[in-house]
Design a protein around this ligand. Sequence first.
Ligand code: PBG
Length: 397
Amino acid sequence: MTEHPVPAPVVPPLVRPRRLRTTPALRRMVAEQQVQARQLVLPVFIREGLTEPKPVSSMPGVVQHTRDSLLAAVSEAAELGLGGVMLFGVPETKDATGSGALDPSGVLNLAITDVVAEVGDALTVMSDLCLDEFTDHGHCGVLTADGRVDNDQTLAAYADMARAQAHAGVDMVGPSGMMDGQVRVIRDALDAFEHTDVGILAYSAKYASAFFGPFREAVDSSLVGDRRTYQQDPANAREGVREALLDVAEGADMVMVKPALPYLDVVRRVREAVEVPVAAYNVSGEYAQLEAAAERGWIDREAAILETLTSIHRAGADVILTYWASEAARLLAEISAELGELSAEKDEVEMEWLGAAEALETSMIHSLAGLIDEGGINRTRPFREPHHTASMAAIVG
Ligand code: PBG
């Protein structure tokens, strides 16, 4: 008679994947990938005419910068070892053609020069190349008389904007307007003015996404309506690959998929289709939803941030633009410090072993010396390692 029910017999597993998850060291050893600070790019907003940094309410922790706070943020980014920064300018006045974007003393162009002077070569300084922050209608291009976005007229403006940003000293421009042929026109304009070293990070597969919502506040967007005649339909992944291939053919140095999380399949497909580095933009709406849930205590904020970035990296992004870039770099540094402590503990254990081994060696040498004294062993032959011979010689005398 049994008091405890006998457990039902089970078939023991033939394979136990859990074995590789047993200890932190083992998990660390077999981790397939790990995003690093050098792969993160911090997007920053500089607003003309501010005296104090202005919080963006839909993106807790993100501000529109003054010139000073911008320089502080980028030098912190440099200290943390980030890959780069992406600059967005918010002008005080806008017009139909977005002329502030082309003006050498416009807010974005001045910020480029400032930031480059501040961080030098420590960061890749990138700038948004698009008219939407500068147009009073909020579209990424100039409009035809009947209100449509005029692709080829816009290209001419992009060429001027590229030139202005290159003159200001930018390392890489980020055309984000989704006009056909934009990469080629920009490459041409840069080369014509001997800016052959200025790179192009093309926003290749940029979707007409609801996840850009909070960004519109960050740049005081005036947009009414949507961007569906130029940004892509969220239904189309194959078309995203097509756009990326076109941009590479037009001379893009890197291509980008944006947003990131709802388009990880596109990130993966683009990664497999091109040979240039692929970036993904972890956009404002992705940031805002996690921050909002964390604020309510509904999600473990730091773990969710790292898991988010890991997922984008795992999908195939070589570079990630994220508003968490600086914080994530700090978290990653903490993690590697913790893992360092783990190996420090291991070192102690190893030292103990070494001590024990030395004691053993000494006692062996003593007994060998005894044997030699008794004439039972040839003194030099068993010792091939010079230090053994030397220590034996010291003992045997
Ligand atoms: C356009 C631009 C946008 C974003 C980056 N560049 C907005 C848009 O296309 O509507 C969105 C970034 C984000 O949501 O974080 N210049």
